[in-house]
Design a protein around this ligand. Sequence first.
Ligand code: NAD
Ligand code: DAU
Length: 367
Amino acid sequence: MTILVTGGAGFIGSNFVLDWLAQSDEPIVNLDKLTYAGNRENLATLEGDPRHIFVQGDIGDRALVERLLGQHRPRAVLHFAAESHVDRSIHGPEDFIQTNVVGTFRLLEAVRAYWSALPDAQRAAFRFLHVSTDEVYGTLGPTDPPFAETNRHEPNSPYSASKAASDHLVRAWHHTYGLPVLTTNCSNNYGPYHFPEKLIPLMIVNALAGKPLPIYGDGQQVRDWLYVKDHCSAIRRVLQAGRPGETYNIGGCNEKRNLEIVHAICALLDELAPAAARGVRDARSGQPIERYAELITHVPDRPGHDRRYAIDARKIERELGWRPAETFETGIRKTVQWYLDHPQWVQRVQSGAYREWVARQYGTATA
Ligand code: NAD
Ligand code: DAU
């Protein structure tokens, strides 16, 4: 059999593809547009591996998707592809609507046509797994219980609104057409191959370069962090045993304030790559630094910034027996070490263009 993955050259998708093929010989067709966030170098170890069929293309290209489905006859489609960064969605929402909403709609239509024509047994066994986010639930107050699957969708950013729209489309394709869908809503991921526009990798690469560590607002916002390999294991489990039509929240029970995260990264870098030994200087003053935390800089807040996310992951644990393997302490240490071990990967993905908007919005400290 075969599975079709969309967005498998991005952060989570490439971790998923690598993990899948490390554990299974079932081939993957990987459809990815290779936007700024898609990076074939993440998949370099699969070069020449016949189990990995990479196709550069758009999920919104229905003819292409239909051709791939007809040719490879997958038993499942795992839909990771999306525009994923909140700041970019504030700067320019158009791509988010095109890919996350229109793209998901076209993908669903192509999959529905393929699935409808399958023989009975294959139709019954087929799955469309939609990878979504906890941001669709909006924001929590300090004492609210974590998001459960029964929470209403109350998205606040253009990104989360586009993901909420895609969740609704997936749900409707199940209720109206019977497509056997599964939806996962996961909290913030971190780990290898994370594009350094997101909080954790940005702080690591900026610190090592002596650049400011920009904290939006007071830095007391809370996110619930999950090591990316744990997200991948949860998705494998939902694909294997999830009930069609159901949604599953995935999270690490690791609520942390942004400032705590940044201090934890600085402390790990102080231990693993001391600034004095590397000769790191503050990029603004040119002065040598002793501790990476000296680079922490508060900047204006993100417009519409959600204050707190937290996931109630009891359903996936109770029904499917999934639990994360990493604690935040083990996961963040692995992550910092990965970035220290892969300076070339970082260098090759860093591009300047979008940071110009970030500098205008949050101040030159973030440039
Ligand atoms: P990413 O931005 O790192 O990767 C997205 C991938 O999708 C890239 O490889 C990109 O080239 C591809 N892509 C974008 N538009 C496409 C299109 N039109 N057609 C085909 N491919 C396209 O994102 P990520 O962080 O790996 O997130 C993957 C999925 O997981 C997304 O759906 C996101 O909403 C969801 N998610 C992410 C997190 C997180 O913390 N990163 C948490 C929960 C859910
Ligand atoms: O919750 C899941 C979501 O997590 C995913 O659906 C998104 O795809 C993913 O990007 C992530 O969204 P966030 O907005 O939570 O992640 P980000 O890394 O952009 O920011 C994390 C927190 O850190 C957030 O409160 C904003 C803050 N932040 C971020 C950056 C980039 C800063 O304070 N400074 C920064 O420079």
